[in-house]
Design a protein around this ligand. Structure first.
Ligand SMILES: N[C@@H](CCC(=O)N[C@@H](CS)C(=O)NCC(=O)O)C(=O)O
Length: 232
């Protein structure tokens, strides 16, 4: 019989309903990927606020779930073969939930491969590059006098926006139908506004990306997911 109390994380973030999926997250671009997908799927889940402070993400309880000290992470009490499954890395969580539900992952093998391709493009490109742009343009790195890191990530983010804009010229969603690839990519596009980086990137010069983000933000499940979990 599954007992969530066996997971040390539940000591610090106790579950009100241990029988449903537990989400440990914060509403950043990586965090909201999972809450948006869960809202799209209409699955029951309980969201716990894990802030980005060391006191939370580097606590022994959180490290017991993700030794890499980063949100998001989940425990699915109803994992494969009826066993509980703990997972971290947003891309892995999106794929797991999409496969489990059979939704937002494409129909044919070719569709699925393309969804995974664009999801990997987000995980290996959009997220790391935009994240570094945020650091060197808005946060602590903005104080560094040497312009090279800032210029590098501005150029790389612009290049990525051009790739996305080209792909979106002939479709509404990045891999065909709406999928986990969109749920991974679009929150990072939204984040550029938070970084105050739209102007420096020439945001308005990417009209297909602009329309895509508007389309994404118009979805009710996205609007709900963006606010989960509450910041404090
Ligand atoms: N590749 C990871 C990245 C997750 C990530 O960078 N999470 C950030 C917030 S967006 C975090 O938890 N930072 C806390 C820290 O690094 O201490 C994923 O996609 O899940």
């Amino acid at each position: 019989m599954f007992d969530l109390a066996e997971f040390p994380i539940s000591r610090r973030w106790p579950a009100a309903n241990p029988d449903i999926l537990q989400l440990y997250s914060f509403p950043t671009p990586n965090g909201v990927k999972v809450s948006i997908l869960l809202e799209e799927l209409g699955l029951p889940y309980e969201a716990h606020t894990v802030t980005l402070s060391d006191a939370d993400v580097k606590s022994p309880e959180f490290l017991s779930l993700n030794p890499n000290n980063k949100i998001p992470a989940i425990i699915d009490p109803d994992g494969p073969d009826g066993q509980p499954l703990a997972l971290f890395e947003s891309g892995a969580i999106l794929l797991y939930l999409a496969e489990k539900s059979g939704r937002f992952i494409g129909e044919t093998a070719a569709d699925k491969a393309r969804v995974v391709q664009w999801l990997m493009f987000q995980m290996g490109g959009v997220g790391p590059m935009f994240g570094q742009l945020g650091f060197f343009y808005k946060f602590a790195g903005a104080e560094i006098a040497d312009p090279r890191p800032r210029d590098r990530y501005i150029a790389e983010a612009r290049r990525i926006l051009a790739v996305l804009d080209g792909q979106l010229a002939t479709r509404d969603w990045i891999a065909g139908d709406y999928s986990v690839a969109d749920i991974a990519i679009a929150p990072w596009l939204r984040g550029l506004d938070y970084y105050g980086a739209r102007e420096v990137l020439g945001w308005d010069g990417f009209p297909n990306v602009v329309a895509y983000l508007d389309r994404f933000l118009a979805r009710p499940a996205v609007q709900r997911g963006l606010t989960i979990p509450a910041r404090a």
